[in-house]
Ligand binder design. Structure first.
Ligand SMILES: Cc1cc2nc3c(=O)[nH]c(=O)nc-3n(C[C@H](O)[C@H](O)[C@H](O)COP(=O)(O)OP(=O)(O)OC[C@H]3O[C@@H](n4cnc5c(N)ncnc54)[C@H](O)[C@@H]3O)c2cc1C
Ligand code: SF4
Length: 440
């Protein structure tokens, strides 16, 4: 991301940031790979794609073979090529990185995947039908990965998705600069060619009853998390939800009204995406408001560098306490100054209010991006939880026998990412397959 000057952006300010590699660039880049034995990049990839192998195939112009190598480990290779924090994963482990530039693994992966998606040649054929059926709830990366792997093995898979479109946060939540909607939907379409049934507009707990899933041999829950956490401050109803803000910028662009002076509460990757949208869609001033300092931000360092280059400002050690509104129009956010105390449960210094320090940040729009609510289905299904997330064992099985879960809804520790959700879905599919085979 850091290689592309902001001034080179094309007409759509939220269009895909990185251009595709040309054939020449892909040839040159793939030729740089040292084809390491026991390659560190493959270990660093959570789905363990055989990276030297797929790059070698690009260098010999076997692009369908390269895509097949990627998909054998990761059925969402096109999404991951775009959204993976590669600096922290595969490219961060590239041995060339210490003295030269690491191989552009993500962009080479995208090159092979884009080639495959522009062809009709099927890359996989499902195995002979097993007569076993599996219900997958939630068509985000975890559910899609699990569904695809099971369909490849010949099981009859039905995906139930509450939204109108499948793809989860890849479709609705990841900023168009990284992944446009059409890429997410093309991937869904490729996966459905493996023979699964997708029922959108079906929400477990609303218009889909748990009893309807009992006929399936196993169930996988890939339901992700909820909406943005509440702040619990007066006037919160005038604060926009960051996830809806991003969704509108991707899907419902006519609905999105960006303010002139925008405050974004939070300092994670979602907050950075909201600030980027506001800035690129015309806000004169965008300020991120965070109760700790830049040292405790949860955003990736490369994302923080990016947003600084976009011209976004920061108000650190700042805790919102009230939204001031006149005639239904936001005027300002009242805040208090904070200082840092001893570490809290997250291990980071706890923010402490500085008494009598209230001040106003003028704004005509406030957006919150303060983390997502824990999965709500746990109560309905009476599932055991860990820190509010679905508890699973090493096989991704929940406390209900035959009910598996993966992706963000089980991610009780550490940061969540698409590639981790894909790996969960893949491993859960293997465990489900074992169970179905073992049960004859
Ligand atoms: C704003 C934002 C930006 C992000 N950017 C990145 C990034 O750049 N790179 C990266 O690697 N990760 C990123 N992530 C994280 C990544 O998107 C998630 O880790 C990943 O999508 C998790 O996949 P999942 O399948 O577990 O959940 P989700 O993608 O949330 O999918 C869950 C699906 O389940 C459906 N569902 C929920 N409840 C029900 C129900 N009761 N019945 C039926 N269907 C239901 C939902 O509608 C949804 O389609 C980002 C996250 C956010 C919020
Ligand atoms: S899936 Fe992500 S981490 Fe793995 S090789 Fe591809 S870009 Fe790197």
């Amino acid at each position: 991301m850091a290689d592309i000057p902001i001034s080179s952006q094309v007409a759509n300010p939220l269009g895909e940031l990185l251009p595709p590699l040309t054939q020449h660039e892909a040839a040159v880049e793939s030729a740089r790979c040292l084809m390491c034995y026991d390659a560190p990049c493959t270990h660093a990839c959570p789905t363990h794609i055989d990276i030297p192998k797929f790059i070698k195939k690009i260098s010999t112009n076997n692009l369908l073979g390269s895509a097949r190598t990627i998909l054998e480990s990761n059925l969402l290779g096109a999404t991951c090529a775009r959204v993976c924090p590669v600096q922290e994963l595969c490219e961060g482990a590239c041995v060339l990185g210490s003295e030269h530039k690491p191989i552009a693994i993500g962009r080479l992966q995208r090159y092979a995947m884009d080639y495959a998606y522009n062809r009709t040649t099927p890359l996989f054929h499902p195995a002979k039908a097993t007569g076993k059926s599996v219900a997958i709830v939630g068509a985000g990366p975890a559910g899609l990965s699990c569904a695809g792997e099971l369909a490849k093995l010949g099981h009859a898979v039905t995906l139930f998705e509450k939204r109108e479109l499948a793809g989860g946060l890849s479709t609705y939540g990841i900023i168009g600069l990284r992944e446009p909607v059409d890429v997410a939907l093309a991937e869904v379409s490729m996966l459905t060619k493996l023979g699964m049934k997708v029922e959108t507009g079906k929400e477990l707990g609303k218009n889909l009853d748990w009893s309807q899933l009992k006929a399936f041999g196993a169930v996988f829950l890939g339901v992700g998390l909820g909406m943005t956490n509440a702040l619990g401050i007066p006037g919160e109803e005038h604060i926009l939800d960051g996830l809806e803000y991003i969704e509108q910028s991707k899907i419902d662009t006519n609905k999105l009204k960006v303010g002139k002076n925008v405050l974004v509460i939070g300092a994670g990757n979602t907050a950075i995406d909201c600030a980027t949208i506001a800035k690129r869609l015309g806000a004169e001033q965008v300020t991120m408001v965070y109760r700790r300092t830049e040292n405790e931000m949860t955003a990736y360092p490369h994302e923080y560098d990016f947003i600084k280059r976009e011209g976004v400002r920061f108000s650190f050690l700042t805790q919102p306490v009230r939204v001031n509104v006149t005639d239904n129009t936001v005027q300002s956010l009242a805040c208090e100054r904070m200082s840092l105390g001893s570490p809290d449960a997250s291990g980071r210094p706890s923010p402490q209010r500085v008494p009598g320090s209230e001040f106003l940040l003028p704004a005509d729009q406030v957006v919150k991006a303060t983390g997502q609510e824990k999965p709500s289905l746990v109560t309905l299904l009476n599932l055991k939880t860990k820190k509010g997330f679905v508890q699973v064992n090493d096989n991704f099985e929940t406390s209900l026998p035959g009910v598996y879960a993966g992706g963000d809804c089980v991610r009780a520790t550490g940061a969540a990412s698409t590639v981790m959700a894909v790996q969960d879905g893949k491993l859960a599919a293997r465990a489900i397959h074992e169970r179905l085979v073992a049960h004859g």
